[in-house]
Each structure stands twice: as C-alpha cells, then as structure tokens.
Write a protein that binds this ligand. Sequence first.
Ligand code: ADP
Ligand code: GLC
Length: 490
Amino acid sequence: MINVLFATSEAHPLIKTGGLADVSGSLPAALLAAGHDVRLVLPAYPQAITGASPLTQLATLTLTGCNDPVTILEGHLPGSNVTVYLIDAPDYFRREGGPYSQPDGNDWPDNADRFACFCRAVTSIALNQAGLDWAVDIVHCNDWQTGLIPAMLVDSRQRPASVFTIHNLAYQGLFDQSQFHNLDLPASWWSMHQMEFHGQFSFVKGGLVNADWLTTVSPTYAREICTPQYGYGLEGLLSHRSGELTGILNGIDTDIWNPEKDPLIAKNYSAKTLERKRQNKAALQRTMGLAVEANTPLLGHVGRLVEQKGVDLILDLLPALARRGAQLAIIGTGDRHLESALRKASRHLPEQIGVALRYDESLSHLLEAGSDIFLMPSRFEPCGLNQLYSLRYGTPPVVRHTGGLADSIIAATPATMARKTANGFVFNDTTSSSLLDAIDDALTVYHDPDNWRQIIQTGMTTDHSWNKSATHYISVYEKAIDRNDNKLNL
Ligand code: ADP
Ligand code: GLC
C-alpha cells in the first residue's frame, strides 16, 4: 500500500473551474479503491469548507512566509471515502470569488503569496511535521499552484517522493522578481536552473525541475510539450527530462457521468435504449430557446471561452451551419469578445443558436445528453474530458487532432467503420474550413442511421473509467519512489 498525499487547488464537487477539478475529484477515489491510502489536500475556500463538512481541527502551524497561523482541517470528499485536508489560511482563502480570480475576473493580486503558503503547509504534512502522524510515501502535485512543493522537499533527508502532473502548460504561475523577494524563499531559487524563467519567478518550474517523476494527462501531449509549438519555452527542460515524463490519459467518473443514472438529464438511457436520448434533445432545445425539432442536427459545446478551445473557429462557421439547417448550443464563460459574439449570434438566429454564458454544471449534463454531435476544435488539449463524456452519452465528438483528443477519438473512415472502432470525427488544421469538413463528414454519417448507431455504440461501450489509468499512476509512483531512494542513498 502506498500513502499518497494528493495536492490540488480544486476538486469536484468542492470547487471547480475546469478539468483539474474533475480529475482531483475522481482519481484519488480510484486509487483508494485499488488499495492505497490517498488523501486530498486543498486550500480551505468557503465552498470547500461547506462541502467537506463536518470538519475536525487537526493542527495549527506557524509557517514562514504565511501571514497568520495556518490550521489543518479534516473532512471528506462528498460521494467518496476520500479524506480531505483543508489548509485554512483565512486571510488568503476565505474570500468570495474564484480560487484564482476576483469576482470581476482579474487574478487575485496576491496569488503568489496564497499558493506559496499552501505549498508550505502541504510540505509540512508531507514531511510528517504537521502533527498528523501519517508517513507519506508520495506527494502527487498538480499544476503550478503546487509547483513549489517538490522544490521545498529536496533538501530534507526524510522526504517522500514527488510526482508532478502537468494539466495545462499554458498556465505557469509567473510572477515578478519583487514578488519572489517578498515570498522569503531561498535566494538560490532565483536561477535559470531552478525557478527563474526569463526574468520572472515560475511556480511550474519548481515542479518540472525538482519532482522525482513528471506526468501529463495524455501520451500525445507528453510528446507535444517537448516541442516549441506546445512547450512555451519549457520544451528544452521537458525534453531533458523526457525519460521521467509519462503521459497518462485521464479517466472519468463513471458514476457522475452515467446516462443510465444521471439525475441531471431529462430521461435516462443506455446504449440499448438510445431512442430515449431524443427526450433529452427536446429538453435541451427548449431550455436553450431553440426550435424543438427532432430531425434537426444539434451541435453542442461546453467549455471555458478561451483561445485554447477554438470557439472562434465555430463562430466563423455560423452562416455555413445555418445554411446546413443545423442548430448550435453552447455553454461557456470567459473571454468577453467571445461572449458578446455568441450573444449577438443567438439574438440574430434564436431558433438555431442557443447560448448559456454562465457556469452551469447541471445544464452541461443535459447538453451532453441532448446534443447529436459535440464540437471540440481545441488548438491544444492536454487531455480534455468533454469528448470522453460525449462518448459515454452517445454524442459523437468532432475534434482537432491534438493531445488527449488524438489519443481518445478514432476518426470515422471506411476502414475504422468496417472494424467498428470509429467513435468520432477528426481534423488537423486549426482552420474553420477544416472544422467544417469534419462537421460535414459527421452530418453525412448522421443521416445514415445504421452507421451513426454503430459510432454511438462504439463510444458508449468503451471503458473510459479510471481503472486502467489508475494502474499507470501506481507504476509511476513506484518509479518515483525508486528514484527518490536512489537520490537519498547517494
Ligand atoms: P479544461 O480543464 O481545459 O477546462 P476539460 O475538458 O478537461 O477542459 O474540462 C472542463 C470541465 O469543466 C468539464 O467538466 C466541463 O464540463 C466543465 N465546464 C467548463 N465550462 C463549463 C461551464 N460553463 N458550465 C459547466 N461546466 C463547464
Ligand atoms: C487542463 C486541460 C484539459 C485536461 C484537464 C484535466 O485544464 O486543459 O485538457 O483535461 O486539465 O487534466
């Protein structure tokens, strides 16, 4: 049995801005089910305090660099047996707003202080110095908010091994040199061999340089980030460490994302009762203000409205989609320009284009169930979860060939159709005309009921649970432990 401290800045259902929360809310439970002692640690945001209650106060720590004493609270992750430690630093985390940004959408100005304090508290638990009497074997860190932990561990002789998972290299936690000085961290960290990055202080480099093992969330993204196109200047460092960098495709929580039992959709269905999916389509059309038409193809999209996701490519196609008589339903928040372009389009063609410019977990389930086709034209996509949810909900995805999309979607071609392995539609170039070609392919098959049913069945009956990937993480933990032991024995 491996004792794993899983450090993250968000976990569903406690707090969520994107896929990191889905992974942090489901991978620990899968590892626990495989017989390991996995405990989550995250900041005590107000939503997390409410969600993880009842809470027990375990210890109060005075940590260098943190404004006030920090309390460790113990609760549990709803819907699971996973223990959750909440790092209660009220000055930093008990705020109304998002985990990283203020209610107006701008980043919290003291994010460096907030997450440095979080990292110090996690390090103290990891080193068994927080009075919890629990010997950690592995600290599993996720994204830049946890990047300093592997660096804080390296000088201790009694340290656990560390694994750092990259969920999205576009977010690196970069701060000014003056902020670095305020954090009261070792001066030696201001070096290009450590966390200095082109004149800024980089949290993510703390993990990339110091963790015993690196992972990212798909094999293709693991290769992509070693190239200039996707590496954001970190490709040299990542290539250097490519022997200790493993791509493991995310799984999904098959209890939460299960069309047979999902309480958030209009009618439950399975691969055997697909005709019931139509009632979800009608409910989605009604909810989004679209014309309720059973035979009109309905294309859906859910996601953060940022450049990464390629929603601008969809926007360019609105006239072409209207000419094809297709409907479009989009749920998302983010970039103001994209939001206003979507709002305008839906005002112009209300029966064909429906938008919900908000974060709506429950509507996202109905959209997965009610759409005919799911669009994911991402410029890059480390893994992507919505294409996996789409497969399970019998809504074939149209995706760009990148990252986890390339690793999970098998394009429909005569050969893959014959082998019954096709589960979606794939395009290569980041252009709206390539996206349109793939949508046209999807619409052609959509109008061919036998082939359409086959693509749906393939997606719905493939195993996308954590089973396989959790086993990969366990073997990564073992490698990280070996590597750490070797370093300690030098
Ligand atoms: P990313 O982590 O880059 O945002 P993923 O596809 O891995 O992309 O995960 C996104 C998660 O966030 C999915 O669970 C998706 O349904 C959810 N999501 C994103 N935007 C919204 C929204 N506006 N409303 C509801 N859920 C959303
Ligand atoms: C990131 C990525 C997304 C991935 C998610 C969970 O936010 O953008 O592709 O699925 O993390 O790993």
